[in-house]
Design a protein around this ligand. Structure first.
Ligand code: PHE
Length: 349
């Protein structure tokens, strides 16, 4: 077949194929088959070297018109197929804006954090600083600096997790008292601090015990601080947390780092005649331990106990929350059960 006829056939066949190409991939295959390096048109152009010098320009210019026609046809078809593909994609991805949205689950602040933040903001408003302390503590700060020497029976009051004989998980937040006292510069003014945090004891977990729970320590040291200041402060605290009509009462108790030491009860209304202050039954309920800081604690921290003195208290946010919200099992705080946690959603959360 003469080259010219071959070119015409290539052109007609290719134009039919291009028109029939179903998608962009098929179209690209056709382009490669005809115009590619090993394509049919390219093959014909290579054969031109065997033509006579007179034929070559004629066939050459014809070949060019074929190539231009095919290139143009491919471009047009490409544009049409692209537009089609886009339409199909858009149709598939139609968004129904009238569908209700999926609710985004937002967490709630843990009820213990709420109680702790509430107490923190109360004391910050009264000029206290909030201090943090280590949970992995030395027995020096957890006991010795708090007037509990080795072999003192008071160490048995708190069953402690020891890591080494000298290092332990703090059994109370009171070591933060000792650490802060040691650092405080009284020429700059009195010391007023609270310290919230986790504490650990070797208790068997049950409804009222957890091997890990929380405390908020409070400490005020200045000249001329009295037990009246302690009582007034705790009354403000009780009324802030439990309600404006609350009364508090102090019962004598014992802590090695305070003298005198007291246990503090909050009035609870209903009376059944029982004298059990760990329940709400007798009209009072025990909420915290406190006392006037023992001179030995001040001396250990290098503070002049003849000039300075004050009070300390330690409260349990877990117990506060249980009393305030009638929660019967302390383990609820630590199970991360959404059904429990979401009951304490705050306004705006
Ligand atoms: N640290 C004591 C306890 O855990 C509580 C306390 C703190 C008592 C400060 C008096 C003063 O039982």
């Amino acid at each position: 077949m003469a080259l010219q006829d071959e070119l015409t056939k290539i052109k007609t066949d290719a134009l039919t194929q291009i028109a029939a190409a179903a998608d962009l991939n098929a179209l690209n295959d056709i382009r490669v088959q005809v115009l590619g390096k090993k394509g049919s048109l390219t093959g014909v152009l290579r054969g031109m070297k065997d033509l006579t010098p007179e034929e070559r320009p004629k066939v050459g210019s014809f070949a060019n018109t074929v190539r231009d026609a095919l290139t143009e046809a491919i471009e047009k078809r490409h544009a049409a197929l692209s537009a089609q593909a886009l339409q199909a994609k858009l149709a598939q991805e139609t968004i129904d804006v009238t569908l209700p949205g999926r609710p985004v689950h937002r967490g709630t602040m843990h009820v213990l954090d709420q109680v702790m933040e509430d107490v923190e903001s109360l004391f910050m408003g009264m000029g206290y600083q909030v201090v943090d302390g280590p949970e992995v503590e030395t027995e020096h700060y957890n006991f010795e600096m708090l007037n509990v020497p080795k072999d003192h029976p008071a160490r048995d009051m708190q069953d402690t997790f020891y890591i080494t004989p000298d290092v332990l998980l703090r059994s109370q937040t009171s070591p933060v008292q000792a650490r802060t006292l040691e650092k405080h510069d009284f020429s700059q003014g009195p010391l007023k601090m609270i310290s919230p945090g986790r504490v650990y004891r070797r208790d068997t977990d049950d409804a009222t015990h957890s091997h890990q729970f929380h405390q908020i320590e409070g400490l005020v040291i200045d000249k001329h601080i009295t037990m009246g200041d302690l009582k007034g402060t705790l009354e403000v605290l009780a009324r802030h947390v439990f309600g404006p009509d609350r009364k508090i009462r102090l019962r004598p108790s014992y802590f090695p780092f305070t003298e005198p030491s007291v246990e503090v009860d909050v009035s609870w209304g209903s009376k059944t005649g029982s004298d059990d202050v760990t329940s709400k039954d007798n009209g009072w309920v025990e909420v915290l331990g406190a006392g006037m800081v023992h001179p030995n604690v001040l001396k250990s921290a290098g503070v002049d106990a003849d000039v300075y003195g004050g009070f300390a208290f330690g409260l349990g946010p877990d117990r506060f929350a249980m009393l305030k919200y009638d929660i019967e099992d302390i383990r609820n705080f630590y199970l991360n059960d959404q059904r429990f946690l979401t009951q304490f959603q705050q306004e705006g959360e």
